[in-house]
Design a protein around this ligand. Sequence first.
Ligand code: PHE
Ligand code: ZN
Length: 885
Amino acid sequence: MNAPLDSSAATPAAIHRQDYRPPAFLVESVDLHFSLHPTATRVRAKLALRRQGESRVLELDGEAVTLIEASLDGTRLAAPRLEMLPSGGLRIADAPDSFVLETLVEISPEANTELSGLYLSGGNYFTQCEAEGFRRITFFPDRPDVMARYSVTMEADRATCPVLLSNGNPAGSGELPEGRHWARWEDPHPKPSYLFALVAGDLVAVRDRFTTRSGRDVALAIYVRDGDQDACGHAMASLKASMAWDEAEYGLEYDLDVFNIAAVSDFNMGAMENKGLNIFNTKYILARPETATDADYEGIETVVSHEYFHNWTGNRVTCRDWFQLSLKEGLTVFRDQHFSEFMGSAAVKRLANVRRLRAAQFPEDAGPMAHPVRPDSYVEINNFYTATVYQKGSEVVRMMRELIGAANFRKGMDLYIARHDNQAVTIEDFVRAMQDASGLDLSRFSRWYAQAGTPELRVEDSFDPATGRYVLTLSQTTPPTPGQPEKQPVPIPVAMGLLGPDGAPLPLRLAGENAAEAPEERVLLLEEARQDFVFEGLGEGKPIPSLLRGFSAPVKLSGLPLESLGFLAARDSDPFVRWESGQQYATAEMLRLVAAHRAGEAPALPEGLANIIAAVLDHAESDPAFAAEALALPSEDFVAGQMTVADPEAIHIVRQALRREIGARFAPRLAALHDGLENSGPYRIDGVSIGRRALRNAALSYLAQAPGTDGLPRARAQFAAGANMTDVLAALRVLVDSTDPAREEALAAFHARWRNDPLVLDKWFALQATSSRADTLVAVQALALHPDFDLRNPNRVRALVGAFAAGNPVHFHAASGEGYRFLAEMVIALDPVNSQVAARMVGPLGDWKRQNEQRAGMMRAELQRILARPNLSKGTFEKVSKSLA
Ligand code: PHE
Ligand code: ZN
């Protein structure tokens, strides 16, 4: 590292997977007592400990907790037997084989702006313990392989804290003097400390019930602030559907008498799967048609199911150490995606998930933070809650299921749970269960967990019309990533078909196979760097290969000529390949136009691309949701990702020009779609209704790009009609991107109407932050000073800073360097307030290798400026220093 580091500050140390050692002491039970107070909460903890290793020295983690007293089996502990560690932890010498340790500590929820540990939000108490927040509540061996039974008693003022919740089942409550009261909760299931939760405050419950398949009656409740009760219906419906699905699909039932969810508006992530008491970002609970978009509704279904599914994949069977994070996250994302496919239009859900994977995970895998699904080392674990661990991890599970088959996969899940219930295990344990259940050797497949980088799959083919032999040659390479210069081939399942020149599916008979059973679709397994697949018995014309159907592997496919892409976009039976081929076609043309633009040529809509769009419009009404996806041009970032040196400005100009020309060329059809898809009935959230709104708004957005159409008046009318947030926001988006005279008035009206609804106000910030207008950078700088902007609220930071830096490439990469400077200033201001969120914002500055020299220099200078700050958190330090390497 050549960064100018403050020599007095030690460089934070990396933790390595290979250094794992089992804990020296186990905790059998935990008895916690909380006396809640905003600035001086007292936590008394009684831990029943048992020695497991050789050492008699007990070390407990601790951070920002003040020790008041400690005793061992009733005897007060003091120095030198008791020692405070520089890390903030505690060390106790001469520990017996089994004993009770009692500590009393004080913490300040009000001072906790990190939102890790116990904190206040809107006057209510919430906890967040994953990954290492429990040590900010009490001294503890805060690691996931220490699983204990918890009993939790809370006391607080009855007036301000009528609700007192923790994990498990309620086990008593009562009154105390001076207007205080208490409640006790007991969790019968042993759990790691990261699943501990406490919620206390003035909240109201929306209640329902669910009866499990074996007859357990479960009381469901969602706790929100008074006034939000009407906004919990979709979350509750999603929860019940998830509970039923896990029983039907995996035979997994809920295992407590209550399932509570509490919603909080200050939260670092989406939600948290604490045992029996999930805590959610309000963004993934609250929805009304007039405040939430269709995407918000879909997000609620996804996140509610995700957290619920963790009850088995994460909680009952948990991770041995944090390197195994994908054991629970990859598997649980796979489960929530499968569930969402079941709940809605499977094909459209699939391609939306692929789009997200490519938008977030592929760049990560190609950038300075690239890491395997199971990382080998980290400095700050919070930096590894990544698209790689989550989304690529899910793709790896999905491929495994594809390889061994759905029935074996189910057997493997049964075996995994039967073997490892109440254990903290590894990714190897999961793969072994799948291997034992299927009888298939998955050792090579495990490379997917160990190797970073996105494999590149190349196709070549040749056809001999005389013999009807078609040779498909597939080859793979994975580019080097930090710390992994050499890569090995990975097993890539390639779901495929062949189309005849007329578009009809051809029988797939591999050389040496029986003609009678030739299927029309099959899965080829590419295991080597390069392999030939020889098909026989084909007719006269050269077949067109349809590859990676359903996105059967998370790879980049190349090598198909433009004509084949155009053909597949129009003719293939697989919706994913149809969509993907159109996207690849558009990408290739956009890259060509970017090069032409740099040579001084004005971009014009290529005929081939116009034909693809015309075909999508022809069939739009039969599947509006698919059509909306197929009409969207690849994002500016996606195109940039295909270039060795990106040109954000040229890409933006080309993409905007294409959008304008598409709007102009198809204006009458777009207007007809906008009219025809209008919904007069009540707002409905089913897949068909969502698809209709998506297509209608896609049509509006194209139309509004083209001068001389009535796109802007339509947007004004749609905004004024205010039918639902999806339509309002789509209309406002159009106006915000425009120079329409109604723009300022619409923004002001929106702000005035929603100023007291934080989730809606987030949209107001994000919309302006992602505008393509020339004055956006100035507007964003002004918004950072707006009275409604708040560095302490992660949603608001993401809505302004995150949306700008990650979602507005042309302005973030402004030639002046002002975009980079803005981001660096925000990271510097945020780091002492909330280092987890600050570290997450750094990402876009790490993309300097793909930018021209001038931009790269400015980006590096901003990274250096952040790094030079005294007292930088270790999370931000890790992100910045790795970004500079
Ligand atoms: N475990 C949570 C999930 O995947 C995410 C999370 C991580 C939340 C860390 C908070 C802190 O659902
Ligand atoms: Zn999760």
